[in-house]
Design a protein. Structure first.
Length: 326
């Protein structure tokens, strides 16, 4: 656990790294600008737009992995913070529930405000709002015990209370306003609430090599070699690629590492495409290996032959590049 805490503390100090906590359909993200004022403490970073506390319990297992994104040769990478399923599960409330003062708030000034679980039923995250506004509190108390309906959702969007997402490895708080349904999420801390995705009941993407009997409770996103934290394209950075390769060597899935190594060897040797792996994480590793090789000097003709045989299925791809989607 000392090594895990050292890893996570190092990335909390890195403004090029992003974080998320939640489940598909209910996600809170934390990111900050390099020059943004911060207040920090053990496992904690807070800005004027949001904050994060990472406090992994014993048994937390980091799992580094890459997943293909869309048809354009991009990929995402992440370190999933996994726990045995019994330790990962939260309350899973299915009704709006007033919890009382948020004594665990990251800022002392917020600890008298009231925390309300939205009752999304998510197994690994308590998705909450926090407010001291008397009118909004009256509305939330009136909704206690019932579902998050359209009227309450509209009121929350208009009022913009703090969002607080709590998992077994910590919490993310978001202070920024909630964008309207047709608006755009801010580039800094923000939340996603997607009812259609929530109804699928997934705890993670099929392409993520989460160990059997475990569930992911949060994700770390180190600096990416092709994009910035907002998803904007940047010139390929081999140092960032090498840095994540080291995480894969230390915390990656052995089966994915073996597939990546074999694809790399075969392509560099000019060999014909081999068999496709039998599971989604394996096919994701194969697809990403080809995408990485396109940036590291592989023969384009050999890559074209492999891509024709090893293109990942559309249902394994996130078409929009959202690192918290499929």
């Amino acid at each position: 656990m000392d090594a895990v805490r050292e890893l996570l503390t190092g990335y909390l100090d890195d403004p090029a790294a992003g974080w998320s906590m939640g489940a598909p359909g209910a996600i809170a993200e934390f990111a900050r600008l390099p020059d943004e004022p911060v207040t920090s403490g053990p496992g904690t970073v807070v800005t004027g737009r949001g904050g994060i506390r990472v406090d992994p319990p014993s048994g937390t297992r980091p799992v580094a992995h890459r997943t293909p994104v869309g048809p354009g040769g991009h990929w995402n990478h992440a370190v999933a913070l996994c726990l045995p399923a019994g330790d990962a599960r939260r309350a899973g409330r299915t009704a709006v529930t007033v919890l009382g003062p948020d004594t665990g708030a990251l800022r002392a000034a917020d600890r008298d405000a009231v925390l309300v679980d939205l009752g999304l039923g998510t197994p690994t995250v308590d998705a909450c709002v926090r407010t001291a506004d008397p009118d909004l509190l009256a509305l939330l108390r009136g909704a206690h015990g019932g579902p998050l309906d359209a009227r309450l959702t509209a009121a929350l969007v208009a009022a913009g209370p703090h969002r607080v997402f709590r998992t077994a490895v910590g919490r993310i708080e978001v202070y920024a306003a909630i964008p309207p349904p047709d608006g755009r999420s801010p580039d800094g801390p923000h939340t996603h609430l997607l009812p259609d995705v929530l109804r699928s009941g997934r705890t993670h993407a099929a392409t993520a090599p989460v160990p059997a009997g475990h569930l992911p409770c949060g994700h770390l996103y180190p600096a990416h070699p092709l994009t910035d934290l907002t998803g904007g394209r940047r010139p390929f950075d081999p140092a960032r690629l090498a840095a994540f390769d080291r995480l894969l060597d230390r915390f990656g899935d052995p089966a994915q590492r073996e597939i990546t190594a074999e694809v790399t060897r075969a392509v560099q040797a000019g060999e014909r495409p081999g068999a496709r792996p039998g599971d989604p994480p394996g096919r994701a590793a194969q697809a990403v290996a080809l995408r990485v090789l396109a940036h590291t000097g592989a023969d384009p003709d050999v890559l074209a032959a492999w891509r024709g045989r090893a293109a990942p299925e559309p249902d394994l791809l996130d078409p929009d590049g959202d690192r918290n989607a499929g």
